[in-house]
Design a protein around this ligand. Sequence first.
Ligand SMILES: [Zn+2]
Length: 306
Amino acid sequence: MILLAATTQSCSSSKKNTKAIVAPAVVKTAPSSESIVIDIEEPRVAENNTAVAQSQTTAIPNTPFENIQPSISTPEREVAELHATGIQRNYDFAPTIHYDLRKPQFVMIHHTSQNSIAQTIRTFQLAHTQVSSHYVIGRDGQVVQMLNDYQRAWHAGAGKWGNITDMNSVSIGIELDNNGSEPFPDLQINALLILLNNLKSKYRIPQTNFIGHSDYAPGRKDDPSTYFPWETLAERGFGIWYNANYLAPPPPTFNSTDALRIIGYDTSNLRTAERSFKKKYIRTDVSSELTPYDIMVLYDLYRKFY
Ligand SMILES: [Zn+2]
């Protein structure tokens, strides 16, 4: 029996959620033959769903992954194992050639809290860190891609946005080289805008689905920092912003908690959600309660985008 680990990871923490997936059988690779031979001595489900004990040998065609060493556990290895053997150990597995990886539906923006793009690239390449992102953007505007957009990076970790609790599976992670207490240079933001434009048109990502790590994991993550120009992004169609010149009091029926929840915030801890909202949209006041002004901002966003 082989245990494969599927992990969900934070961008700056080594904590991980691990799900054990039980692979179906012992895999033996025949170096000079045309196929991988799998010996199965497990019960399998017959047509009438009755489990029957049966020993059989199944030949599965070569895959591009077959020469990967079994002792090395990497995401590529895990995909190769699943591709060759399937997940359901009780069912026959005959892989089809017709499939896609899943399209990204969100973009999540981070700052690295590090001092150089080289340091971040090294962090994402070290085995023990268990963190990664699809793109890293340097202070000078250099864009480095580290994963294909369809692959699942480990950048979001635990959190909730709307009903999504596994953001790694549906998002592209972009890390901006920034120590967390400095402005983001124009060169870097311009490079980000070009990248976001490509991603938005390529995957048809809605404007509201460009979010920050702090939106998804309020209280645990605060990136990107209050220096990040969300307003500039929103003007170009990435994320949302309000019109400070036309704020109006909401009607008495307006429920600010519902509005936060509709935007995406996890309101199970309302104070944490409100603080995260204020840190992004108000900035000068990051207390944990909405003022009448904050509620007008929230109402404006709600009215415009939801
Ligand atoms: Zn982050």
